[in-house]
Write a protein that binds this ligand. Structure first.
Ligand code: SF4
Length: 228
């Protein structure tokens, strides 16, 4: 299917013809594989969700779920986290890596939520990325998972799989997010994101992707290029 991609360069508007990858076919195959897949982090409310997503940077969801069990008992509300002692918090999240930065970001985020949003995690993208330590990926996960909005969060799996499949040809997570927004029907953004995460985690792994038995190999640019 053809569509037009517009961009502005030196004040001029350019339109280029682009062939749309049939992401509906890819979606259907992934739907049959994963069904109603969702986030693998454990949480009970949007406060716990945003904490878990911040902790999950460069850490497995499995590890985050182990840490968060006791963490949410120690800091049950955003107010308690805002008033946390940083050394105690660092100790509590030590095993998830980058614990010093994450502890600083968690307290900063919690203070922002308490002081600027009356203790409620905001539901708008611009508000979310204005929180200390919250970037596009975290904001998009919170929107999709916590507020059931259509958003595509680009983590390492989404970036790798969507590039390998050839849905996007992106150098940065931002370009990848914009490309996926063009290529995927909006009502499927959040689910497509979950599918790419799971597919990257269990099939299209960074090292040794399971290409031989891959359900998407007919759609994959990477495998079709190396097999030529
Ligand atoms: S064929 Fe290989 S590289 Fe392509 S999507 Fe499947 S596992 Fe990934």
């Amino acid at each position: 299917m053809l569509y037009y991609l517009s961009y502005i360069k030196s004040g001029e508007i350019y339109k280029i013809k682009k062939m749309k990858k049939n992401t509906n076919d890819i979606y259907q195959i992934l739907y049959e594989k994963f069904g109603q897949a969702g986030c693998e982090l454990n949480f009970n409310n949007n406060y716990e969700l945003i904490v878990a997503v911040i902790l999950s940077a460069r850490c497995t969801d499995k590890r985050v779920n182990i840490i968060s069990k006791d963490l949410f008992k120690k800091y049950p509300t955003v107010e308690s986290l805002a008033n946390a002692n940083i050394e105690e918090l660092e100790k509590a999240i030590y095993s998830c890596g980058f614990y010093k930065n994450k502890a600083k970001n968690l307290i900063g985020m919690a203070k922002d939520v308490v002081e600027r949003f009356n203790g409620n995690v905001p539901s708008e993208f611009e508000d979310l990325i204005s929180l200390s330590g919250v970037g596009r990926k975290t904001a998009n996960v919170v929107l999709a998972v916590g507020f059931s909005k259509q958003a595509i969060a680009v983590d390492t799996h989404v970036f790798r799989v969507s590039n390998r499949l050839g849905i996007v040809d992106a150098k940065t997570p931002y370009d990848c997010e914009m490309g996926l927004q063009q290529e995927v029907d909006k009502d499927k953004w959040a689910t497509f994101h979950h599918y790419l995460v799971l597919f990257g985690r269990y099939v299209c792994k960074s090292q040794n992707p399971s290409c031989k038995n891959c359900e998407l190999k007919e759609h994959c640019k990477y495998v079709n290029t190396i097999n030529k």
